[in-house]
Write a protein that binds this ligand. Structure first.
Ligand SMILES: [Zn+2]
Length: 380
């Protein structure tokens, strides 16, 4: 079987859509006008992703406020926040360029999603002539909505975590029911868990094992057959062309991440200084039997934060090197991250979101072509 390849999830939102989001927040346009822009962006995303030759497509998260907040809030500007959430939660991450992103704060129970990713899948499937994938947020990110130390009156942490696992499971199951062929879980908080950044207290609490256990609590509800199609994505962040945890030694995460019983992993690698070391670590720690499912390592061969487009030959060479360390039947190819996980993203290194969008499709096409070249060279 040729080496499989798939994207992580997001694409830059067109400038028109970002302007529509701002106008919607300001009360200048109604929901119908915003949805019309989202529809157009989704149609364009799927059409252009299909044109790259990638065997599976997504809507590029054009309807989501962000990869992490889509269940909670309609826009990043603050429209549509649930009644039991306040905007002033924990910092999700502080990025290397100094900007930060913040999560809402849960003020009372019970915790419920307002929007499930299935809503996006339902609208994407009729537009696509290829199988559709959907990214969802990990329970380990959503657990940061609950205060780090205090208990909420009348809503103990354990009850919150039980509700959270139910909601995450529902999010994944409904995405499959709506027609998704694959669902990948965004786990950007994995590497950040060992950042020890004083500005962001949860990153100094050694929460990685707690994160891993919580993800397994959800994944253990799925059969091995189902988990073949449930992935997990790790990265050091990717927002405003900047990262949040590339300085955390990767082995701290990679030596433990494969304890998570997912069937495949979308692993940032192209932007690492020593890519071969990452292949080696993935070869060493990934398992051929994670509660009944082999773990396929989709290695990042594309850097979405860098506007220069990788060549198919570079992609091929990276994968051929990776195959020296990772069994070929458990090797795949992906991008280091979504191309724009937050709906409002200026893409400063690219100059503009529209240009970054064009570049993203060129990069995906290079990955698809380079992956086919690697399969040929490796005889699979
Ligand atoms: Zn990512």
């Amino acid at each position: 079987m040729p080496i499989p390849t798939e994207n992580v999830g997001s694409l830059p939102r067109p400038v028109r859509l970002q302007q529509a989001l701002a106008a919607y927040d300001a009360g200048e346009i109604d929901r119908e006008a915003l949805v019309a822009e989202q529809d157009a962006a989704c149609r364009d995303s799927i059409k252009r992703m299909e044109a790259t030759g990638q065997p599976i497509v997504s809507d590029g998260e054009q309807r989501a406020s962000s990869f992490a907040t889509y269940p909670l809030i309609e826009t990043l500007g603050g429209t549509g926040l649930a009644d039991n959430l306040a905007p002033d939660g924990q910092l999700f991450a502080v990025f290397d360029d100094g900007h930060h992103r913040q999560l809402p704060r849960l003020t009372s129970g019970p915790f419920r999603y307002q929007t499930y990713a299935a809503e996006f899948v339902e609208q994407a499937v009729p537009l696509a002539s290829k199988p559709v994938k959907q990214a969802v947020i990990a329970p380990s990110m959503m657990m940061l909505l609950y205060p780090l130390d205090e208990e909420l009156p009348g809503y103990p942490r354990e009850q919150f975590l039980a509700d959270l696992c139910d909601e995450t499971e529902r999010d994944i199951r409904q995405a499959f029911t709506a027609g998704a062929s694959r669902v990948s879980i965004d786990f950007t908080e994995g590497r950040l868990a060992n950042k020890n950044d004083a500005r962001n207290p949860w990153t100094g609490r050694d929460m990685l094992q707690e994160f891993i256990d919580l993800n397994n609590r959800v994944l253990d509800r799925f059969t091995a057959e189902e988990r073949q199609h449930i992935g997990l994505h790790t990265c050091p962040g990717g927002d405003m062309d900047s990262v949040h945890s590339a300085d955390v030694p990767y082995e701290q995460l990679l030596s433990r991440m494969f304890e998570i019983n997912a069937g495949y992993f979308l692993i940032q690698c192209a932007s690492e200084r020593d890519r071969e070391e990452v292949y080696r670590l993935c070869g060493r720690y990934s398992r051929d039997n994670a509660n009944g499912v082999p773990q396929v390592c989709f290695m990042g061969v594309i850097d979405p934060l860098n506007p220069s487009v990788e060549t198919p030959e570079q992609v091929r060479d990276d994968l051929v090197t990776a195959a020296r360390h990772i069994p070929i039947e458990r090797l795949g190819a992906t991008d280091d991250c979504g191309f724009s996980p937050f709906s409002i993203d200026e893409k400063p290194k690219h100059g503009s979101p529209d240009f970054a969008r064009d570049i993203a499709f060129q990069k995906i096409a290079a990955r698809v072509e380079g992956t086919a070249m690697a399969s040929e060279e490796l005889g699979v």
